[in-house]
Design a protein around this ligand. Structure first.
Ligand SMILES: NC(=O)c1ccc[n+]([C@@H]2O[C@H](COP(=O)([O-])OP(=O)(O)OC[C@H]3O[C@@H](n4cnc5c(N)ncnc54)[C@H](OP(=O)(O)O)[C@@H]3O)[C@@H](O)[C@H]2O)c1
Length: 333
C-alpha cells in the first residue's frame, strides 16, 4: 500500500486543492478526508474520483472543535490504519471577521504598505465563540483539536524506523504580538485568529523538540492570500472580483497573493516531496506566486523561541489532562 495521508478540512479551499495535487503527485497514496460534515466530504471525494477514478479515498467525520469528535475520529483511524505517513492539520476558522478599513486606507500612505497588505497586520479582528467543551472556538478549532488528534494518533505516527510528518496550515497573520503565554486561548483579545496561528508555529517547534526522536517531524506552511470560503467571510466574493486587477498587480511586488487554492497549496505539496531531515523546524514555508503566475516556495525564519514553545506545550498537555478528567467524571454519554 502507498503512503497514508490524512487531511483535515479537506472538503473545500486549500484542503481540497491539496488533495487534488497530492493525487496528481502520487496516485498510490491512500487519502483520507477528515471533515466535520460527511455530506461535504463525500461530495469532495466524488469530485476527486472524477479526475482519479482508481484513487484510494476514504472519509472520516472529524469536528476539530469538539473533544468527543476528535477522540471518535482517532479511534476510527486507529481501527483502519496501522500507520499514518502524513497528517495535514489544515482545518481552520476565522469567525465574524471585521476589516478595519480605516487602518487599510491609512496603510496606503505609509511605508508599511507592503507589510500590511501581505500580512493583514492590524487589519482584522474577530468575535470568538465558546465551544461545548468550554474552550475559545478559534483556539479549539485551529490548534487544540489538532493537538489532541496528534496525541491520540501517536501510535500510528511515532515510528522511528519510518518517520511520519505533520504539516500545519499557518498564516502570514501569525503574530507574536497577538499571543500571550498568560492567555494562550486569546480569551481577552480581539485577534484570536492571529494568536491561534502563532500558537501553531510555536507548537510545531515544541512537537519537533519532543517527538523527533520518536520519528515524528512537524512543519509549518503559509498558503498566502487565497480566495476561499474563509476570505469570503472578510469581504463578499463580488468585492474580491472587483479588486482582482489590483490583486494581480500587487503580485509583482508581494509574492503572497497566491489567490487560487491550487497556488496556495504549493508549500504543502512541496513538503510532501521533501525528506524530513532536510526541512528546517524553525522555518515557515510560504506558498508564493510571482507577477507572471509562477508558483514557488519561500522559506522564512519564524519569530519563535524554544522556551516559549516548551511552556506552551506543557500548558496544552495540562489542558488536555483537565478536559479528559472532566469527561471521565461526566461518565459515558
Ligand atoms: N484563505 C487564506 O487566505 C488563508 C491564509 C492563511 C491561512 N489559511 C488557512 O488555510 C486553512 C484552510 O482554509 P481555507 O482558506 O481553505 O478556507 P475554507 O475553504 O473555509 O476551508 C476551511 C476548512 O476547514 C474546515 N473546518 C472548519 N471548522 C472545522 C471544524 N471545527 N472541524 C473540522 N473542519 C473544520 C471547513 O469545513 P466546512 O466546509 O464544514 O466549514 C473547511 O473544510 C485554514 O487553516 C486557514 O486558517 C487560509
Amino acid at each position: 500500500m502507498g503512503k497514508v495521508v490524512v487531511v483535515t478540512g479537506a472538503n473545500s479551499g486549500i484542503g481540497l486543492a491539496l488533495c487534488q495535487r497530492l493525487l496528481a503527485e502520487d496516485e498510490s497514496i491512500h487519502l483520507c478526508l477528515a471533515c466535520r460534515n460527511l455530506q461535504k466530504a463525500e461530495a469532495a471525494r466524488a469530485s476527486l474520483l472524477t479526475a482519479h477514478p482508481d484513487a484510494h479515498l476514504s472519509t472520516v467525520r472529524l469536528d476539530v472543535s469538539s473533544l468527543d469528535s476528535v477522540l471518535g475520529a482517532a479511534r476510527d483511524l486507529k481501527l483502519r490504519f496501522q500507520r499514518l505517513d502524513f497528517l495535514y492539520l489544515n482545518a481552520g476558522v476565522m469567525p465574524n471577521p471585521k476589516l478595519n478599513t480605516k487602518a487599510l486606507l491609512s496603510s496606503f500612505f505609509s511605508r508599511d504598505l507592503f507589510h500590511v497588505v501581505s500580512t493583514a497586520d492590524g487589519l482584522l479582528t474577530q468575535e470568538d465563540g465558546i465551544t461545548a467543551d468550554g474552550l475559545q472556538e478559534v483556539f479549539a478549532t485551529n490548534v487544540f483539536g489538532h493537538f489532541v488528534l496528534i496525541r491520540e494518533l501517536e501510535p500510528l505516527l511515532c515510528r522511528p524506523e519510518s518517520p511520519s510528518r505533520l504539516v500545519w496550515t499557518s498564516s502570514n497573520n501569525a503574530r507574536r504580538s497577538n499571543f500571550s503565554l498568560a492567555d494562550v486561548q486569546h480569551s481577552r483579545g480581539r485577534e484570536p485568529y492571529s494568536s491561534s496561528k502563532y500558537v501553531t508555529d510555536l507548537l510545531s517547534v515544541a512537537l519537533n523538540r519532543n517527538l523527533n526522536a520518536q520519528g515524528l517531524y512537524s512543519s509549518v506552511t503559509c498558503p498566502g492570500i487565497v480566495l476561499t470560503n474563509l476570505t469570503y467571510g472578510i469581504l463578499p466574493p463580488f468585492i474580491w472580483t472587483v479588486l482582482m486587477p489590483i490583486l494581480w498587480l500587487l503580485r509583482f511586488f508581494v509574492n503572497s497573493y497566491t489567490l487560487t487554492p491550487f497556488n496556495g497549496a504549493e508549500a504543502l505539496v512541496w513538503l510532501f516531496q521533501q525528506a524530513p531531515e532536510s526541512v528546517n523546524p524553525l522555518t515557515k514555508y510560504h506558498s508564493s506566486t510571482s507577477g507572471l503566475g509562477r508558483n514557488y516556495v519561500t522559506p522564512r525564519k519564524m519569530d519563535v523561541e524554544g522556551e516559549a514553545a516548551e511552556e506552551l506545550y506543557q500548558q496544552l498537555l495540562d489542558l488536555e489532562r483537565c478536559l479528559r478528567a472532566q469527561r471521565h467524571d461526566r461518565g459515558p454519554d
